[in-house]
Design a protein around this ligand. Structure first.
Ligand code: SF4
Length: 235
């Protein structure tokens, strides 16, 4: 087996990190150097990531019938109640950890080349599935990224379920009371397969990780000279 260090598995967020700066992706996913904690955003009591994890957990517990809805989820009370009912009826799954090998066949999470985490998956009649992703934070400024993520969820669904003909992906913006929905049929979603696959292969076969300093990527990276110093080229 070729032992050259590579980032051997990918997710949508990893792919974005890699495409923005290969060195950052190497430090984070290959060398596994933890990023430094960032200062709390003004007026916030929790880091955005910690808050996101907490909200996802309480949403899952509510749908499983293990807790009540918390006020932060009130804007989606109706949707969560419906999801809870579907879960009770066995028509919804929660916390889907989907793994795929490099020919996009389902495999275990541990051995996966592609990993996709889904918050809820609902099976409807007529070979139709609905995939739901809870979002904390804003949609504005993230539209392109989130639309691509929706496509990747749809691609993952049609690969995992060969009989599925239609996929609806819903992003629930819990802080903004906004639900964004896209419908895909198998044929239309597969048109995006080659493009995603090519990007993923470029990432998982890469063996050189040059820095790509620029004010936009370095601003959100803690490996630079003003942070941990693992990267000397950051600006
Ligand atoms: S500081 Fe900038 S150049 Fe250095 S790893 Fe981070 S994003 Fe890349």
């Amino acid at each position: 087996m070729d032992e050259t260090p590579r980032i051997r598995s990918w997710s949508y967020n990893r792919l974005l990190d890699f495409e923005r700066c290969k060195l950052r992706a190497k430090l984070k996913y290959l060398d596994r150097i933890p990023e430094l904690p960032r200062p709390l955003p003004e007026g916030k009591k929790e880091q955005p990531n910690d808050r996101g994890t907490r909200i996802h957990l309480v949403a899952e517990q509510y749908v499983r019938g293990a807790s009540e809805l918390i006020p932060e989820l009130d804007g989606f009370a109706e949707e969560f109640a419906k999801l809870r009912l579907l879960f009770t009826l066995g028509e919804a799954e929660l916390e889907g950890d989907w793994g795929f090998n490099d020919i996009w066949e389902p495999c275990s999470w541990q051995r996966a080349w592609l990993r996709a985490k889904l918050d809820a998956i609902v099976t409807l009649p007529d070979a139709h599935m609905v995939v739901i992703d809870y979002k904390t934070g804003k949609r504005a400024g993230n539209e392109i990224k989130h639309n691509e993520q929706m496509l990747l969820y749809a691609l993952a669904t049609v690969h995992r379920y060969p009989a599925v003909q239609k996929v609806t992906v819903e992003l629930w913006y819990l802080d903004e009371d906004q639900l964004v929905r896209s419908d895909y049929d198998r044929h239309s979603v597969m048109r995006h397969f080659e493009r995603f696959n090519k990007r993923a292969v470029a990432m998982t076969s890469c063996t050189e990780f040059p820095a790509r300093p620029n004010m936009f990527t370095c601003r959100f990276c803690t490996y630079g000279p003003k942070g941990s110093g693992d990267c000397k080229d950051g600006v």
